[in-house]
Design a protein around this ligand. Structure first.
Ligand SMILES: Cc1cc2nc3c(=O)[nH]c(=O)nc-3n(C[C@H](O)[C@H](O)[C@H](O)COP(=O)(O)O)c2cc1C
Length: 244
């Protein structure tokens, strides 16, 4: 099978939420794992782990936490990415070294490590003809997810990823223009006028959907405020020291 080049894969991306029943052969699973492992990471510590969910009961429990999104049950594969600062600390303990308590900076770095590995896996999967969907909604209840997955201290659940053979090919979703996203040298000095900001979203051609999504997630009293409270609580429970 001839694989498409990387720009083709990037350009063709759409999140897939409907999947055929077909499983993913083990040689492709191996390739996806390799793609994740080869991702760059801060000080090359690879401060993440990936849990491949094969137990239907565990998958169902995660589906419930994530608001019953049907693609979580239907996709051939469901993987959970966790920030993991435990493995390296344990290894150093073996040498008699006392590691620092997990902290917010380590959470930041391990989240970036995990995300880069995940996107490598997404691109590899899409280049093989599979579809994927990130599942951030496990943050509806990260403590529950940690319990379901048996996560020890120093490990925090970040997001899920469904992978499978696409059973839909939706239109590409809109994006902001490069003018809205890229600047030269310094962040623009002039105050961003509300009308200009709105124009950037209008130009993307999906203004109604933008307003809906903003209201639901980013507004005062919206879902992201609620998730923030849960995340701070769960980080502490998982052993990460959140204050300075
Ligand atoms: C961090 C993150 C969390 C996401 N969480 C979900 C989710 O819980 N459920 C879902 O169906 N899609 C989820 N998505 C997919 C986005 O909705 C999707 O990428 C976005 O709407 C753009 O669509 P596109 O990927 O097809 O271009 C998530 C994406 C990211 C990056």
């Amino acid at each position: 099978m001839e694989l498409p080049n990387v720009m083709e894969v990037i350009n063709n991306h759409r999140t897939i939420r409907k999947y055929k029943k077909s499983p993913i052969p083990s040689e492709h699973i191996e390739l996806l794992m390799k793609a994740g492992i080869r991702a760059p990471s801060s000080v090359n510590l690879q401060a993440y782990s990936i849990l491949r969910i094969v137990d239907p009961g565990i998958r169902k429990a995660l589906y419930e936490v994530a608001g019953q999104q049907s693609h979580i049950l239907e996709a051939a594969e469901f993987w959970i990415f966790v920030a993991d600062v435990r493995r390296a600390a344990k290894a150093m303990e073996k040498l008699g070294f006392t590691p620092a308590e997990p902290n917010l900076y380590m959470f930041y770095v391990s989240t970036i490590d995990a995300t880069i590995a995940a996107q490598n896996i997404v691109l590899a999967a899409e280049s093989l003809g599979y579809g994927t969907c990130y599942i951030g909604a496990i943050q509806n209840d990260p403590c529950k997810v940690s319990e379901i997955l048996g996560l020890p201290k120093g490990v925090y659940p970040l997001f899920g990823l469904t992978i499978g053979v696409p059973d839909e090919w939706p239109e590409k979703r809109p994006r902001l223009s490069k003018e809205a996203l890229f600047f030269v040298d310094q962040y623009p000095k002039e105050e961003l006028a509300a009308e200009e900001a709105m124009k950037a979203y209008e130009a993307s051609g999906a203004i109604d959907s933008f307003i809906r999504r903003f209201k639901r997630y980013y507004s005062a009293g919206g879902r992201y405020e609620a998730r923030n409270k849960l995340i701070c609580h769960c980080l502490e429970k998982q052993g990460f020291v959140v204050e300075k």
